[in-house]
Design a protein. Structure first.
Length: 433
């Protein structure tokens, strides 16, 4: 018996199952594809009108637009963003001054660190010669005082006793003087004996000696012989300063006992100060007393004080191997203060040279400022001021050597540099926003 075959054109059972499975897979794949397309469409932004217009333009047109935009931003010359332009009024207000840079010969200098001290020849520690109670205080710390000015008034028992003896001696002198003059007259008239005349003379000499001793006693106590207006002895006396100066120390307290071994005031004449420094042995041959020196301090940037080297010690410190040196400078207005740190530039023999040059470019120290950690000067050009980074060398008498960054003939801002720096930083901050 032959097996029954499938009728032509009709699928068998196995064929139906395969067709059913293929339809299911196709439906699933179609669904996944549609979902992916939908998500992609959601993430894409809608094209703007400009984008649509750009899409319809030829490539050359789009490229031309970009070139125009580039030209617009490229109109400023390189570095022009840092070119400061100020009005004449702004320049005058900021105190800006410009000078043409020129090479010059500069004397060589020895640069040393130093400390400012009071002139030890013009300083006094004021204390009484005898113990006394402080009954009046007339000066305070930092006060300027005149020569002979009373700083305090003391009350002393010893001074009172000395004053009393002085007045007694003065009275006794007046009495013996009158007796001697009378005896002199009577002896001339031969009314009294020679021995009476000699006795009166001896008493007068004795009274003179006692009076002189009493006055000396007061002077040794540091007190004048002037008594009270009513002629009575006084125990109070002033303590005066011997010269004009400034009170730099005060230990006087009202009511306390002042002692001879403890100063109550220290007065210093600060019109001239000592700048003390230490020189290394190797530098001793380069300097000598009388050499000019320039002193600078951090408190006054760009300013310098002129002085002279007045002293070089005769011995070398065995521990530091240095020699003490002293520069003396004038201190008008009292701007320099004792114990300030300073830098002293002492003139030596020879001239300063850079890279074999006989002359160097120098700027005032105030013409250079730090910008982004680099020394910078301002050049006047193109109707404005341009910052220029410079390389500096040694500092010389309030000036600084310029190694690189500038050339002779450049017009450099020598005053008002800090105002330009502030203006430039302000403009840069504004541009960043």
């Amino acid at each position: 018996m032959k097996p029954t075959s499938a009728i032509a054109g009709q699928p068998t059972r196995i064929g139906k199952d395969l067709m059913k499975t293929s339809k299911t897979d196709l439906t699933l794949a179609l669904a996944i594809g549609l979902a992916t397309l939908a998500l992609t469409a959601c993430d894409k932004p809608e094209p703007t009108a400009k984008a649509a217009q750009a899409a319809t333009q030829p490539a050359g047109a789009a490229s031309g637009g970009a070139d125009k935009a580039g030209d617009k931003h490229g109109e400023h010359k390189e570095g022009e963003a840092d070119l400061l332009k100020l009005t004449a009024e702004e320049i005058e207000t900021a105190g800006i001054k410009v000078d043409e840079l020129a090479a010059q010969e500069i004397s060589e200098q020895l640069i040393v660190t130093a400390t400012i001290r009071p002139n030890q020849d013009r300083i006094t520690h004021i204390a009484p010669r005898v113990p006394g109670r402080i009954v009046k205080v007339s000066a305070n710390l930092g006060d300027p005082v005149k020569a002979g000015q009373a700083l305090i008034v003391l009350d002393s028992l010893e001074v009172g006793e000395a004053h009393s003896l002085y007045l007694q001696a003065k009275t006794q002198l007046a009495v013996t003087k009158a007796d001697f003059e009378r005896a002199e007259k009577l002896h001339g008239e031969q009314i009294i004996a020679q021995k009476d005349h000699l006795r009166a003379h001896a008493e007068y000499d004795k009274a003179q000696a006692s009076f002189a001793a009493a006055g000396d006693k007061l002077r040794m106590l540091g007190v004048g012989p002037a008594p009270a207006e009513d002629g009575r002895a006084v125990s109070t006396f002033p303590l005066n300063t011997p010269f004009a100066g400034t009170v730099i120390e005060k230990h006087a307290i009202l009511g306390e006992l002042a002692q001879p071994d403890k100063s109550v005031f220290t007065v210093a004449d600060l019109s001239r100060l000592w700048i003390e420094a230490n020189l290394f042995e190797k530098d001793l041959g380069r300097v000598k007393p009388g050499a000019e020196a320039t002193v600078t301090v951090d408190a006054y940037p760009g300013e310098s004080f002129q002085g002279k080297l007045t002293y070089i010690a005769a011995v070398v410190d065995k521990e530091t191997r240095t020699v003490q040196a002293r520069v003396e400078v004038a201190n008008p207005g009292g701007r320099l203060k004792p114990e300030m740190f300073a830098t002293a530039a002492i003139r030596t023999s020879g001239t300063a040279a850079v890279a074999g040059k006989d002359k160097v470019l120098v700027l005032p120290q105030e013409a250079v400022v730090l910008m982004q950690g680099q020394p910078t000067a301002f050049i006047a050009e193109d109707g404005g001021f341009e910052p220029r980074v410079v390389e500096l060398g040694d500092k010389l008498r309030g000036k600084v050597v310029v190694k690189n960054g500038l050339k002779a003939g450049d017009k450099v801002v020598v005053a008002g540099t800090y105002a330009l720096k502030a203006r430039l930083l302000k403009s840069q901050i504004g541009d960043s926003h």
